[in-house]
Design a protein around this ligand. Structure first.
Ligand code: 26W
Length: 813
């Protein structure tokens, strides 16, 4: 580590020479970024080596977090922060005439995820390392991550993400640790020495090569590993090649390597593609093979040792995407390590735990039997056997209850139901917020909860306050530290003592000034990128998240239209000026979501260009919402829009990031919003709308008629009509699908039902904002009570309650 600025500067200049053979003056910004990152990587590598060595020596239990997505964003800034080097390096660089911010901006976001689930995995990695827990990630090294979104004429256009274009400094290829994953072929059962052996023939081998990314803990020596698997092949079709069919030979190679080429850009919106199933098995099999190999080296390779793998290894599956871990661990333990079914089953279940992240019925994964059988014949055999045994147990407990058993079966209606597999094959099932976990137990998985009452639990989500407060909002972090000391960095619950300053005029002024500076920065960005001038004294009202019907961007947009109508009717209407900011991507095949984007952009076009309303409201849809953009947006928000239909948003995590940055939530009683309200109290949040119980009751018993609202409420009728009546400068059927979802399919997400209450809540927001000292107190209380939503709390609950792992303090050498 660098003891001083001088030492750092010297090392940096030296690195520029050894790496590129050039001086600082000759180097580009990218060169400087690479030199700095490489320098850090060397610091990190020493700790990485020590961490691995000491993990082996202490033989402590290791956790592996299996996730199809890790939405890391940029790492330079967070690595510097966790190493405690931000200040030293930024000062050192600035003495060399270099701005650290500019170097950070060079890094491509690692966008290996869609949204909430992927970013949660990234926050957990940061917290595991920072709590000194031996916890590692297992995932896929997608060649192309989340697509880059362009907005052209108001429409979303998708461009391929090419994050590896300039190489990726943070990864280390480990070619010697590659393993083979087998697809297709057939499996024959053969008796050998009194045992049935599965022989897999004519399969297609895909080589899985790991790329390791170090995960640096804050203020400790821990460096854990995120192992991302890449599909490669040694196999080259020489027979085609030698016959002169070069193309065919190359095609074959590419088709095998396709497995890790792209991230499916679907969030809560499944596209049951074969390649996706292939990806799932690919990383699960590779990950488990490498874990078992490592376990055998440390703890012994005899079957008796493997029967106890759950004592030293915990495997967590992030939603059902890695649920093949259940049959794959069974396969390894039985086919490769010689355990019998019962032993293997006991161990597998004790090893694996599962988190559910969604109750949207259409997002629950299921795979056609034919597909599973053809692509993964051995997996299918094992799943089939698990199902047979499970159904037999059910029959014993519930004789003749066909309906119940049909509902709980792992295989049914010609599909493999991944959630059922995950519940049956794990020892713990958790939801991600209190209300969500209750809905799982009472509704979605009620039968399973009756059968396995102790398996279910809640772990409310969290976000890393290091990235989302300390790093994203350095001005706020400084102000907090000046006021209550720096203890909150290690113990975010200490933020609570800010509560005492909620009504302190000087502190309020400080909070306001920080917010203002952050708003100016965002306003600059909006001006430069979109050529929209926004009023930095207006309320920054923000909804950024994936575009999805249940998240109800439509409710927000219709309310903006209503506000615009009122302003047009009365240009003197005394409203609090507002800037409505949106951001988010739609799944590529999700037609309705794409029209919602166009709708928002159409509103922006109409409203921003209407001089008659005197700039009182503005609308901006920010292109390409991503982790890095979120780091710019969260600190600048006054109002956080968390308006999903109650019961549909499992938790939400954006809500927590906004709160930490002092935004006030307008939201429904859904997901973690409920717990946010419990922390801050009713005075510091604006709640509206149906409750989860009410929504679930409508879904079950009916009783809602959207047309009643439409006919009974003139403001609602006007905005709904404006979708189709030529009021907006688009072709008449442009927003037909939105209109249809509200009026023809009875408004599945209760947009119209909640509209009046939402509009009233927005008035409350405006009047609260007018009382600036009241508002600043609310902002301060939100920051003060956000400690509970730090992922350090969440991860330590997982460690104690599910994984049974404890911290390992890594010594320097
Ligand atoms: C198969 C298509 C698909 C892809 C992704 C279905 C479902 C998913 C994810 C499970 C969706 C997701 O990201 N869920 C979000 O998880 C967050 C972290 O727990 C929660 O905060 C969000 O409420 C939830 O929508």
């Amino acid at each position: 580590m660098f003891k001083s600025k001088e030492q750092f500067k010297e090392a940096f200049i030296d690195k520029m020479q050894t790496l590129f053979g050039q001086s600082l003056d000759e180097s580009s910004t990218t060169d400087k970024y690479v030199a700095l990152s490489t320098l850090l990587r060397e610091v990190i590598s020493k700790r990485w080596y020590q961490s691995n060595k000491q993990y082996r020596a202490t033989k402590e239990k290791q956790v592996y977090y299996f996730s199809m997505e890790f939405l890391l964003g940029r790492l330079l800034g967070s690595n510097l922060f966790n190493l405690g080097l931000t200040e030293l390096c930024s000062e050192g660089l600035s003495e060399l005439g270099i701005e650290l911010d500019q170097l950070e901006a060079v890094e491509h976001d690692a966008g290996l995820g869609n949204g909430g689930l992927g970013r949660l995995a990234a926050c957990f990695l940061d917290s595991m390392a920072s709590l000194q827990l031996p916890g590692h990630g297992t995932g896929i090294r997608y060649r192309h991550g989340m697509f880059e979104q362009k907005i052209v004429d108001g429409y979303q256009i998708e461009l391929p993400d090419n994050w590896l274009r300039d190489g990726y400094v943070w990864e280390m290829r480990k070619a010697d640790r590659a393993v083979t994953v087998k697809f297709g072929g057939h499996v024959r059962l053969e008796e050998q020495g009194g045992r049935l052996i599965a022989v897999h023939e004519n399969y297609e081998p895909v080589l899985a090569v790991p790329y390791d990314v170090p995960v640096v803990g804050a203020n400790c020596n821990t460096v854990n590993t995120l192992r991302l698997w890449s599909a490669e092949t040694n196999h080259f079709d020489f027979s085609s090649f030698s016959k002169g069919d070069f193309l065919k030979a190359v095609e074959h190679k590419y088709s095998l390597e396709a497995t890790s080429q792209i991230l499916y850009p679907d969030d809560n919106y499944p596209e049951g593609k074969t390649l996706r199933l292939k990806q799932q098995y690919f990383f699960v099999s590779a990950g488990l093979q490498s874990i078992v190999r490592r376990y055998k080296r440390t703890h012994g390779a005899a079957p008796a040792a493997l029967a106890r793998i759950h004592e030293k290894v915990a495997i967590h599956i992030n939603d059902t995407h890695p649920a093949l871990a259940v049959p794959e661990l069974m396969r390894i333990l039985m086919d490769e390590e010689g355990l019998g079914w019962d032993e293997a089953w006991y161990t597998t279940r004790k090893t694996i735990s599962y988190t559910n992240h969604t109750i949207l019925p259409e997002a629950l994964e299921k795979w056609p039997i034919d597909l599973v059988q053809a692509l993964l014949p051995r997996m299918y055999m094992i799943i089939h056997e698990i199902n047979e045994r499970f159904c037999a147990d059910l029959w014993k407990k519930y004789p003749n209850q066909w309906e119940r058993i049909r509902d709980m079966a792992i295989i049914g209606d010609c599909y493999v139901r991944m959630a059922n597999l995950a519940v049956v094959g794990s020892h713990s099932v958790n939801g991600v917020a209190a209300v969500h976990s209750e809905i799982l137990k009472k509704e979605v998985m009620a039968n399973f909860h009756q059968f396995y009452p102790h398996r279910f639990n809640n772990k409310t989500n969290g976000v890393t306050h290091r990235r989302w407060l300390a790093k994203a909002n350095p001005k706020l972090a400084t102000l907090i530290t000046e006021t209550i000391g720096s203890g909150w960095l290690a113990h975010p619950n200490e933020l609570a003592s800010l509560h005492r300053y909620a009504h302190d005029p000087a502190f309020q002024a400080g909070i306001k000034a920080v917010k203002q500076a952050n708003k100016e920065k965002l306003a600059h960005y909006i001006q430069n990128k979109m050529n929209i001038a926004v009023d930095v004294n207006s309320i920054f009202d923000v909804q950024v998240k994936r575009i999805h019907a249940y998240k109800r961007q439509t409710l927000n947009a219709l309310h903006i239209l209503d506000l615009y109508n009122r302003l047009k009717a009365d240009p003197n209407l005394d409203i609090e000026p507002r800037t409505f900011i949106f951001g988010g991507k739609s799944a590529t095949g999700y037609y309705l979501a794409k029209r919602i984007i166009k709708f928002i952009n159409t509103l922006a076009h109409v409203i921003n260009n209407d001089r008659a309303i005197g700039g009182k409201i503005k609308v901006a849809f920010l292109e390409n919402y991503s982790v890095s953009l979120a780091e710019l947006i969260m600190p600048a928000a006054d109002v956080s829009e968390q308006i999903s239909t109650a019961s549909r948003e499992a938790s939400g995590t954006g809500n927590m990031k906004f709160m930490m940055n002092g935004a006030v939530t307008i939201g429904t009683l859904d997901g973690a919003n409920i717990e946010i309200r419990d922390e801050v109290g009713d005075d510091n949040i604006v709640i509206f709308g149906l409750t989860a119980d009410e929504v679930l009751s409508y879904y079950k018993h009916g009783g809602y008629n959207a047309l009643d609202i439409y006919h009974g409420n003139p403001r609602v009728r006007t905005v709904v009509d404006q979708l189709m009546n030529g009021f907006l400068p688009v072709s008449p059927d442009e927003f037909h699908s939105i209109h249809h979802s509200l009026m023809r399919t009875n408004d599945e997400y209760f947009v119209l039902k909640d509209f009046p209450d939402y509009a009233a809540a927005q008035e409350t927001v405006a009047s609260l904002y007018r009382d600036q000292s009241r508002w600043q107190a609310m902002a301060i209380n939100n920051i003060a009570f956000s400690g509970r939503f730090a992922s350090d709390r969440t991860v330590s609950e997982y460690a104690i309650g599910i994984w049974g792992t404890k911290p390992v303090v890594i010594r320097e050498s």
